[in-house]
Design a protein around this ligand. Structure first.
Ligand code: SF4
Length: 290
């Protein structure tokens, strides 16, 4: 049975009406605690060229994304358990508005005060580590506000919780997916399929392949065998890879519409062109087309 937006809205209002004044006050206190750490920084942003492209590509969806410091770059926690040589050119430290520069990336010498964007990433992580209940209260408040706007304006809300991390949100905070069933969540992941096969229906995952890495090739085959798509970074896009059609995945970032937009049934390869530090990544991360 497919539920309508009106049904989701009714269920959300019902859940809200069951909250006691005490619950409501508690949530407000948590959001205030989050703001004390974040200041004007929001958890969800659309300020990235990838997201700009998505939001221009289709009027039917608007995407927001949560950016945290990738892998162990914060020096406080590893947010990407299966990261590979992708670390050396990760978007979160090596590309676009988040580029820390080759020297810092090569030497693990990150400066989180470098730019407004990196400062914001670090504030989000500080909140995530120091006050998890406040982090989730603020995240839910932001999703709720954006969802209300989406409904008023007539588009679907799409959210990437792992803009530059690889957290198993379906384990860490599964209830968010159920609370916001009218939102499409989507992410790239480097986890093996077995560890992320039980995701809620409104959480779309695509496997992010690392070239020249036997383990990643095995993982990719496992995701494909289960009917999923994989994303590959190329120096230039071939028409096929692993016997499957390659689509230009740089036109937008909404991986959950790739099959429909390209009229392809079954698995496909979302082909991305190397950018930023990835162009000259000599750690084998890029699939070089001969
Ligand atoms: S797993 Fe993804 S987010 Fe993490 S370091 Fe690699 S490319 Fe960046």
């Amino acid at each position: 049975m497919t539920l309508t937006t009106e049904t989701y809205q009714f269920m959300e209002q019902l859940a809200d009406s069951l909250k006691s004044n005490c619950d409501i006050q508690h949530e407000k206190n948590l959001v205030q605690q989050a703001k004390n750490i974040l200041g004007a920084t929001q958890l969800l942003t659309k300020d990235s060229s990838k997201i700009d492209k998505s939001n221009k590509f289709s009027d039917s969806y608007k995407t927001f994304v949560l950016y945290l410091p990738p892998e162990q770059s914060s020096g406080k926690i590893n947010l990407c358990r299966f990261a590979t040589s992708c670390v050396f050119s990760c978007l979160g430290i090596g590309s676009g508005r988040m580029n820390q520069g080759k020297n810092r990336v090569d030497n693990d010498n990150f400066d989180w005060q470098l730019t407004n964007v990196s400062r914001a990433m670090f504030k989000r992580l500080t909140l995530f580590l120091d006050n998890r209940p406040a982090f989730y209260a603020k995240l839910e408040q932001e999703i709720k506000t954006k969802l209300n706007t989406a409904r008023k304006k007539g588009y679907r809300l799409a959210i990437r919780l792992n803009g530059t991390s690889d957290i198993r949100w379906e384990q860490t905070r599964k209830d968010i997916f159920y609370k916001f069933q009218d939102v499409i969540f989507f992410d790239y992941t480097k986890y093996p399929y077995e560890l992320r096969k039980n995701t809620p229906d409104n959480y779309y995952l695509i496997y992010s392949y690392t070239a020249n890495n036997n383990q990643s090739l095995d993982f990719a085959k496992e995701w494909l065998a289960n009917g999923k798509n994989i994303a590959v970074v190329f120096d230039k896009l071939p028409s096929k890879f692993l016997g499957l059609p390659v689509i230009d995945a740089d036109k937008h970032d909404m991986r959950f519409i790739d099959n429909e937009v390209n009229n392809i049934n079954g698995s496909l390869i979302a082909g991305l062109k190397a950018k930023g530090l990835a162009i000259n990544n000599d750690h084998g991360f890029i699939e070089r087309v001969k």
